[in-house]
Each structure stands twice: as structure tokens, then as C-alpha cells.
Write a protein of this length. Structure first.
Length: 594
């Protein structure tokens, strides 16, 4: 608490405590047998900054309740703190009196506000690396504002944090030379922020401990240290976040700052190897659509090796069975940091056998350039072959070959790619190409231009602690003079529109959204309710019997995902339009790391 010559909050508080103890002792002594009397009235005089009604509302001592001296003392202590937060350091309770008519206690509090303490000047000493103007801008206080001790201390912390972010890990800030001068209607206080900057340090080295499989060079590469960054706590947090996003480690420590043998700045990060490989399986059961037709099991198996030989390279295989006669097989290989640049390459192959209608094979090569931790640009080159099969003794589409080139943009701010609770994921792909149709009796040869747009947008928000809103919007659009069955997108199932069969709807333009409200019970465990909506545009395709149409569909349901020793197990039940419990779609998913 500031005095006329110095700041000494402890002594003033001591005298206030002695005075209050004396006053309340007198009250207790006078009460005697009336100790259990109730409060009849509370009156506070001398208030101008706050109203008496406003203060009394915040008291624990209440009219009509038993009078407790210790409770009144706490109320008056809080009143003094309320004034201190406005710069009235010399406020105090002058006296407390009481009357006891008819066994009730009427309390009369006489409060002395005193003069307000105003900041007259703020002086900075030792600030050579940062300008005085920049330091003043980070403060929440300014000259001519009330002197509040907590705000002054917060200013010192903000200055220290600014220096640390600028690469001064040894900086110190103290509050010195506090002087108070009494004026006519207020007190004026002057004080100094004394700054010891220390030397500015750049991080020249990153050391890694705890890795047994992943190469240290891979970890240092993914940390993206260039040897000239200034040390800051933000840098350490960024490095830990970068390594966490690799999903190779079960834990990553916050990098610790130290000076190496050359007196250069260095960071030490400790990691614990996790299970980088992943098995993702979904089993679904589609009940009988009508009497006399049996239901069937659908499934998806996704196998990923995400750290081949400790280098961060990945290999993935995917198998998906949508119905008794439709299945898809995919293979992918991922090469990170080509030629030591932040360019990642991937080559993939997908084959789809669609009933007895056609076989579609696609080979794709993609390159992504990571501009920073969140934003990446890429390009894609793909080649597609469609080989028709006879269906009921006739072919329903032509043999064709397509080539396309595309551009992609990816933006990812999710805090966790597996179970995010905040952040945004956005990806757009735009392809241009040609589709060459080979001639036959039904299909004359032709060459057609094609356009394809894919967009994915996911957003996660935690409005209440341990409750997460997960939203998603997806768009797929294909345009060409000749659109065939093999060009259409498929919608429905556990990964898109829940409550419907896998790939139940075909369309050249699909829009669907997913909304989940999750109740988190652990870091990766939650139960949720969901609502899905889909919009499907189907072109007219006489040979296959497809009729041009536009339709909207809704799906809803509940689910749960649990983190177990076996892995992440998810179970959901989805209802489409017109579904009952006997026709609802049940999906079981297992994500296992090994």
C-alpha cells in the first residue's frame, strides 16, 4: 500500500486488522447473551465511489440472518480490497456501532475512503533493445490511471514476457523507486521498471533424447529449426506441437533451454516412442431391405505403416467392401522432405470393382509444398482407366481413359489430428483434364474435357469444458460433356452420410454436412449425438437406368468412442429417413496402433 514516502502495504494492513479486531471484540463483549441475535439492519456511511446498496449486496452478512462477527470482518476486508482495486490505498473502516432493539442487531459502519492514488509517471531504466513506446504499448496501465498493485505487477510480467519472446532468456524486471506525493485531492505515485536485459540468444542446436526407432535427423528436420531463431517460450511450444502432429510419439516434452559447451543457445527435447503404425477397421451390417432378401456385412480395412525404418516414410493399404459384389482396393506410398526440402510426395493406386458393371483403375502422383505448419500447396497428376464389363448381357458404359492435373490447398489448425477439440481443417482440390472414349457400336469415339472440384471443411469448438461441437462440410462436383457411371461420386455410410448403406447414392454433384455434439470423458473417448444432411444431383443416364434427379437426405443417431488397450473402438447407430430400430444401420470401428 503506498504511503507518503514509500509503498508499505503490510503495515497499513496490520493496523487495520488491529483496529477491526478491537471494534469487533467490543461488539462481541457487549452482545453477551445476545450472541445468537439476527441482523436487523445494515447501514454504511461515507461511500461515494460505490453505492451503499451495491456494497451490501456483496456482503455475506445478511439482514434476517444470525449475526457472526467473523463474517462481518471478512465483509469489511473485502470492501477495503474493492477500494484498493480502484487505487484507494488509505481507505479504512473508521468505526462500527450497533444497537440491539428487541433482540436484533442494527449495524452502522462508518467508512473513510481517503484519497485516490494516481500514477503520475512510469519510468523505464535499462531498456536498450526495445523502445519505450513499445514497452508502454504492452502495459494495461498508463499515466493518470489509478495505481493498482496487481496491474503494476502484471505490467512487469508482460515486459519480461516480451523480452523472452524477443530472445532474451536471462532478462529480469523489477519495480523500484516507488515514491508517493500528496496533492490536494489525491496522491501521486511515481515508480520505475528496472530492466536487466542480459544477452540475446539464438538457438543453434537441438538435442533429442528418448528416441529408439525414429532417427534423430528426422526429429530435427520436422522441428524446422534453421539455427538462427531467437529463443522464446513460443518457439518451444511450436516445436512440441510440430512433433506431436507427426503421431509417432506417445509423449513429447516441452523443449528445455540450456547453453552448450560453446555458450550457444540450445534446446533439449525428450520424446517417448509410440506405436506409429495403425489399423483402422469398420464393420457394418445392412439389414434385409425386403422380405426374402438376406442382410449382409460390409467392411473397411485401412492399414498404415507411418514410420518405415524410422525415416517418417509411410505405406498404406486400404480395402473396402460396400456390398456383396462391390469392393475397392487402394495402395499409397508417402515420401517426406524430398531432397531435404519441405516437399512431400505421394503415389497411389486405387482399383474399384463395381458389381459386374465396370472396373476402374486410377494412378495418382501428388506433391505438397508446406509453406508453414498450417498451410500447404500442392499439385496432382492422375490417370484413370475404366474397363466395362457385361451386365445382363450388355455393357452400360464405354471403355475410356482420362488424364487430369490439379492444384490443392490445405490449411490445418487442429490441435490434435486424431481427436481435435479446437481448430479448423480445410482442403480444396481443383482438377482439369480430358477423357478419351474408345469407339464401339454403342459409344462413338470422342474426347471430352473434364472438371472436378473437391472440398473438405472441418471445424471444432469447445463451448463448454469437455463438450465439443464438431462440424463438417464436404463438396464433390464433376462436370463434362459426357458423364458416365464410372465418373459419379458415391454417398452414404459410416464415413459420409450415416443412416444409409455404403455408397447408396450416386451423383455428379454431392454436398453433405455432419454435425456432432461430443461429451468428452477422456482425451480420446467421448459419446455423441449426430445429424447428417446430404444433397445429391444425379445426371440422366439412360443406359444404366439412372434418372436425372435432385434429392436431399437426412440421417441421425448416437454413438460412442472409447480408448481401450485394444485401440480406439467406436460404435454408432444411424437412422435414415423412414428407418426404425429394425432397419437402422449399425457401425463398429476399431483403430489400433501397433
Amino acid at each position: 500500500m503506498p504511503e507518503k514516502a514509500s509503498v508499505n502495504k503490510g503495515s497499513t494492513g496490520f493496523f487495520f486488522f488491529v483496529r477491526m479486531l478491537f471494534l469487533l471484540t467490543v461488539i462481541v463483549r457487549n452482545l453477551g447473551a445476545q450472541e445468537k441475535a439476527v441482523v436487523g439492519k445494515i447501514d454504511i456511511q461515507g461511500l461515494t465511489v460505490f453505492s451503499s446498496e451495491e456494497v451490501i449486496k456483496e456482503f455475506a452478512t445478511r439482514v434476517g440472518q444470525p449475526f457472526v462477527p467473523s463474517r462481518l470482518q471478512e465483509d469489511l476486508d473485502q470492501l477495503n480490497l474493492k477500494y484498493h482495486d480502484r487505487g484507494y490505498f488509505y481507505s479504512h473502516v473508521d468505526s462500527v456501532s450497533h444497537q440491539s432493539p428487541f433482540g436484533m442487531i442494527d449495524l452502522n459502519v462508518f467508512f473513510e475512503e481517503g484519497k485516490q492514488t494516481i500514477i503520475d509517471s512510469i519510468i523505464f531504466v535499462g531498456d536498450s533493445a526495445l523502445t519505450e513506446g513499445s514497452l508502454r504499448n504492452i502495459l494495461t496501465i498508463e499515466e493518470r490511471s489509478p495505481f493498482v498493485q496487481s496491474n503494476v505487477e502484471a505490467g512487469a510480467h508482460a515486459i519480461l514476457q516480451t523480452y523472452e519472446d524477443a530472445g532474451f532468456p536471462f532478462a529480469k524486471v523489477t519495480i523500484d523507486n516507488v515514491a508517493v506525493e500528496e496533492a490536494a485531492a489525491k496522491y501521486l505515485v511515481r515508480f520505475t521498471y528496472s530492466i536487466t536485459e542480459g544477452r540475446q540468444v539464438r538457438i543453434k542446436e537441438l538435442r533429442v533424447e528418448g528416441n529408439t526407432t525414429t532417427r534423430s535427423s528426422v526429429i530435427m528436420r520436422e522441428a524446422r529449426l534453421h539455427g538462427n531463431e531467437f529463443y522464446s517460450e513460443n518457439l518451444s511450444e511450436t516445436i512440441r506441437h510440430r512433433l506431436d502432429r507427426l503421431q509417432l510419439f506417445s509423449s513429447v516434452s516441452l523443449p528445455e533451454f540450456f547453453l552448450n559447451q560453446n555458450e550457444e543457445g540450445a534446446l533439449l527435447v525428450k520424446v517417448q516412442e509410440g506405436n506409429p503404425n495403425r489399423f483402422d477397421g469398420i464393420v457394418g451390417y445392412v439389414p434385409s431391405p425386403r422380405p426374402g432378401v438376406s442382410g449382409y456385412v460390409t467392411g473397411l480395412v485401412n492399414l498404415q505403416f507411418r514410420n518405415l525404418f524410422g525415416t517418417g516414410r509411410r505405406l498404406a493399404a486400404r480395402w473396402n467392401r460396400e456390398s456383396q459384389s462391390t469392393q475397392e482396393l487402394g495402395l499409397q506410398y508417402y515420401e517426406p522432405w524430398i531432397a531435404s526440402y519441405p516437399i512431400n510426395g505421394q503415389i497411389g493406386f486405387v482399383q474399384r470393382i463395381q458389381d459386374s458393371t465396370y472396373v476402374r483403375r486410377q494412378t495418382e502422383l501428388t506433391l505438397d509444398f508446406s509453406l508453414n505448419d498450417q498451410l500447404a500447396f500442392g499439385g496432382a497428376l492422375s490417370r484413370t482407366n475404366v474397363i466395362p464389363s457385361e451386365s445382363y448381357g450388355r455393357t452400360v458404359l464405354a471403355e475410356s481413359q482420362g488424364t487430369s492435373v490439379g492444384l490443392t490447398i490445405t490449411y490445418d489448425t487442429r490441435n490434435d489430428p486424431v481427436t481435435p477439440i479446437s481448430g479448423l481443417y480445410y482442403k480444396t482440390e481443383y482438377d482439369l483434364g480430358t477423357k478419351d472414349v474408345y469407339g464401339s457400336a454403342l459409344f462413338p469415339p470422342s474426347s471430352n474435357s473434364t472438371q472436378r472440384v473437391l472440398m473438405d471443411l472441418d471445424y471444432y469448438l469447445e463451448p463448454i469444458l469437455s463438450q465439443v461441437i464438431a462440424t463438417a462440410l464436404h463438396i464433390q462436383d464433376f462436370r463434362s460433356n459426357l458423364i458416365e457411371l464410372g465418373d459419379l461420386f458415391r454417398l452414404g455410410g459410416a464415413g459420409t452420410l450415416r443412416g444409409y448403406r455404403e455408397g447408396q447414392f450416386l451423383g455428379s454433384r454431392l454436398v453433405w454436412s455432419n454435425l456432432e455434439y461430443r461429451f468428452m470423458v477422456a482425451r480420446r473417448s467421448f459419446f455423441y449425438g449426430f445429424l447428417d444432411a446430404g444433397y445429391i444431383v444425379t445426371p440422366n443416364e439412360p443406359l444404366t437406368g439412372l434418372q436425372g434427379s435432385e434429392q436431399t437426405k437426412l440421417g441421425y443417431g448416437v454413438g460412442i468412442r472409447m480408448d481401450t488397450n485394444l485401440g480406439l473402438i467406436g460404435v454408432s447407430i444411424g437412422f435414415g429417413e423412414g428407418d426404425t430400430f429394425s432397419t437402422a444401420k449399425l457401425h463398429i470401428q476399431l483403430i489400433n496402433a501397433f
